[in-house]
Design a protein around this ligand. Structure first.
Ligand SMILES: [Zn+2]
Length: 462
């Protein structure tokens, strides 16, 4: 069984510590990935580049071979066959393959083998989720990795030893990993080097707090909790957009192959890395905070990949990192023995009154606050949705809404009228769209008309 693997960074992003959890349900073992920054010297950089190059060469050659066999409709070679042909045999002809450690070469062929297994399992339906794409050729220009396993490498006081590379300076930004099962050396596109260890631990259970929380994710406010708390996203891309555009414009003006081009390319990559780090740090802090405070965390299942297809919203949505937030929260819940739940995306969380359950119809995105026609409760749109999200999982929960007020001023009254007038129309539309989508639901099983769905989802956010 393939364990689900989640990637996430540590709270303090300056550590460049990456955590990844992989949870197997039977044993409740949690795999964590810890990432530390390493500082190789000039000679070591050359040796590492050589190692990355050899791994890439072995991968690309094997992939080309597999593709050729596929075209000739021959059987896929096994891992052992590939190793014989592209490592043992190749070393006799290509002497430079001997200059690097052999474990990373074998590991890259293992990865290729796994990539094909995933592809075939996805095609035959054994593997669920998004369709797996065939493995691709690796490029010299993108992120580079090489993996060491077993007793191949050694961990020292402030250095790590890699075979045929030497002792590389490492900064232990968090406690040293205990008995790691593998070590991956990474070079990212901003030319930073990292050592990433995989460690298997048992899940640790935090003390119960007897609190549950529903979370509504949005664009203007990143997360609204059912207790009324709101969290703003740092929106790093939006803040650096002008700078990024300038850097990219300057990069585009340079001559291909020139040194200036390389420099400017690196500048763009560094800015991208910075943007990503700011976003990840925020998501880590928020998810850790929530997992510490609450026993049960409830989120809405958002069709993010569908929503990103809307070109007007794509940039804003991608800047937030909703999906990453969900992945991180889910992984941390597993790690700390908390409950994580996701509710159906068809649940009318923004339409219902959280006090009496009256369905007030669909609301335009600019309606941030509204009053229930049935009970007169005054709602903040996001908080009301968050409360409804929690209520789907725990219907009996008594929820204290802070924002509940009785309407008494003219501004609210005018809003009241708008909602009241708009209601019959939206009701009609809703029944129409339901009629349209219901036969499709039956025909194709679980895969429902995604277009309609994503459109409805879009309307929940501005
Ligand atoms: Zn109500």
């Amino acid at each position: 069984m393939n364990p689900n693997t989640f990637l996430c960074y540590n709270n303090n992003i300056k550590d460049h510590t990456l955590l990844s959890f992989s949870v197997t349900k039977k044993s409740k073992k949690v795999k964590a990935r810890y990432k530390y920054r390493i500082y190789p010297n000039h000679i070591q950089i050359t040796k590492l580049n050589q190692l990355f190059g050899c791994c890439r060469f072995v991968w690309n050659q094997s992939l080309a071979h597999c593709n050729q066999l596929y075209v000739n409709s021959q059987n896929q070679p096994s891992y052992v066959d590939l190793t014989k042909q592209f490592i043992t045999q190749a070393k006799k002809e290509l002497l430079w393959l001997k200059e690097v450690a052999s474990t990373p070469l074998q590991q890259s062929l293992k990865d290729l083998d796994q990539a094909y297994k995933n592809l075939f399992n996805s095609c035959t339906g054994k593997r669920k989720g998004i369709k797996v794409k065939p493995p691709r050729f690796k490029s010299r220009k993108s992120r580079q990795t090489a993996r060491f396993v077993g007793a191949n490498y050694k961990i020292g006081q402030d250095k790590i030893y890699l075979p045929k590379v030497g002792k590389i300076k490492i900064v232990w930004s968090r406690p040293k990993p205990r008995q790691p099962s593998s070590l991956t050396i990474i070079r990212d596109s901003a030319n930073r080097y990292f050592a990433s260890f995989v460690v298997e631990n048992c899940a640790e259970h935090l003390a119960k707090t007897n609190n549950s929380i529903g979370i509504d994710l949005g664009i203007s406010t990143f997360a609204t909790l059912s207790n009324g708390e709101k969290f703003e996203s740092p929106k790093p891309l939006k803040k650096n957009l002008k700078k990024l555009a300038k850097f990219q414009r300057k990069f585009a003006k340079t001559k291909p192959g020139s040194k200036r081009r390389e420099r400017r390319k690196l500048r763009v990559a560094k800015l991208h890395a910075k943007i990503k780090d700011i976003r990840t740090e925020f998501l880590h802090k928020l998810s850790t905070d929530l997992v510490r405070k609450y026993d049960t965390i409830v989120l809405e299942d958002l069709n993010v990949s569908g929503m990103v297809k809307n070109r007007k919203l794509a940039k804003a949505i991608s800047d937030l990192g909703w999906r990453q937030f969900r992945t991180l929260t889910e992984a941390k819940c597993e790690k700390y023995g908390r409950e994580f739940k996701v509710i159906n995306r068809w649940e009318p969380t923004s339409q219902k009154c959280s006090c009496c359950g009256f369905k007030g119809g669909k609301k335009e995105l600019n309606v941030r606050e509204w009053t229930c026609l049935n009970c007169g409760a005054f709602h903040d749109r996001d908080i009301n949705a968050a409360v409804n999200i929690l209520k789907v999982v725990q219907p009996i929960t008594k929820v204290e809404t802070i924002e509940t007020k009785v309407l008494d001023n003219p501004v609210q009254l005018s809003l009241f009228n708008e909602v009241a007038e708009g209601q019959p129309e939206t009701e009609q539309k809703r029944t129409r769209s339901r009629r349209k989508s219901s036969p499709k639901k039956d025909a194709s099983g679980n895969d429902v008309s995604t277009r309609l769905e994503s459109f409805e989802q879009l309307r929940l956010f501005d």
